[in-house]
Design a protein around this ligand. Structure first.
Ligand SMILES: [Zn+2]
Length: 332
């Protein structure tokens, strides 16, 4: 009733911004809020939350217990693969970090997910094994044959959703670990101001319109990566602003970062010998293409910090995202 009341208040108050409340739909709007929250901790990994009309339900603790304890309400949700989660509403507490005085440039790519200007590369693992990928494709073909509304189709759909959930989980895990490490280690982080559109337009093409000699799998990985970049940047920003010693995240215009020589500044398309090798036509400097790009990115970012406005750098939005984090729920 309180949710419904809130929804109507919103709609009447700002009809241009909120839509008329709609009926909840089974399988889609599976979720509810818990007010007057009571939680208790069972051990290091498990806690219990009192769900009205249901009793004590165990959940896996995946954030600081103090944050959970300080929450006044929570929301229980169910994802498409049938898993239940509980999110507590307290904002995340600050990340412990000390100033390191060092800065880093990040190049985001396809062959190497993240390349740092110090030459280090961080690779997102394969999101599904070969067997899982085959199974997913087979299930998708099966789904297309099955008649709509049937129970067997529903079962196929659930099996696909479970595989997709695994992909999303693996990507999220890698993004969380990588962004935590980066914000922990560096005081200044320079990233490309990448418009995802620009990426899809590049030589490799899109899934619908792939470039020559590019396997469909590459296009698929590409789209998965592209979805990941947005989350990566968002999480990097969240963590940078919410640290005890804040991290400065600067984004720069990525034009020519892959064609410019990081040693002499010579910029030419021919410098990029292949996807992997950078070879300067002017001074003969040879480097890994991604590392060279990352070096250009940090140089541009630092030039901007020193002499403002030279390369039109703009600071990434520091708006805090929704700090709610889902905790897996297991019925007792
Ligand atoms: Zn050069």
């Amino acid at each position: 009733m309180r949710d419904l009341d809130r929804a109507f208040q919103n709609w009447w108050g700002r009809p241009d911004h909120f839509k008329r409340p709609t009926w909840r739909k089974a399988e889609i709007n599976e979720g509810f809020a818990i007010r007057d929250l009571s939680v208790k901790r069972l051990n290091r990994k498990w806690g219990e939350v009192l769900v009205p009309k249901c009793g004590w339900v165990k959940f896996r603790v995946s954030r600081k217990w103090l944050d959970i304890e300080n929450s006044t309400s929570a929301r229980v949700t169910k994802d498409r693969s049938g898993r239940w989660f509980v999110s507590f509403t307290a904002p995340a507490s600050q990340m412990d970090r000390v100033s390191t005085g060092s800065s880093i440039g990040i190049d985001m790519g396809i062959s190497s997910t993240v390349t740092l200007s110090n030459g280090e590369q961080m690779q997102m693992p394969e999101l599904l094994t070969k067997g899982q990928l085959q199974r997913k494709r087979r299930l998708q073909r099966k789904l297309a044959r099955q008649s709509k509304g049937s129970n067997r189709r529903k079962a196929t759909k659930l099996a696909i959703a479970k595989l997709s959930a695994r992909e999303v989980d693996r990507r999220k895990d890698w993004i969380e670990k990588t962004t935590t490490k980066l914000t922990h280690d560096y005081d200044t982080i320079v990233i490309e101001d990448l418009k995802i559109k620009n990426m899809t337009k590049s030589a490799k093409g899109t899934i619908a319109n792939p470039g020559k000699n590019v396997a469909a799998k590459s296009g698929l990985n590409r789209s998965i990566l592209e979805q990941g970049w947005g989350i990566f940047r968002k999480r990097l920003n969240d963590k940078a602003t919410n640290a005890q010693v804040p991290v400065k995240v600067t984004s720069i215009n990525p034009a020519y970062t892959s064609q410019r020589c990081s040693v002499c500044g010579h910029t030419m398309r021919k410098n990029r010998k292949s996807q992997a090798v950078f070879s300067c036509q002017s001074c003969g400097h040879i480097d890994n293409a991604d590392v060279n790009a990352a070096k250009n990115i940090i140089a541009a970012g630092l030039a901007v910090t020193g002499r403002r406005g030279i390369l039109q750098a703009k600071s990434v939005s520091t708006k805090q995202s929704n700090p709610m984090k889902r905790q897996p729920l297991i019925p007792a």
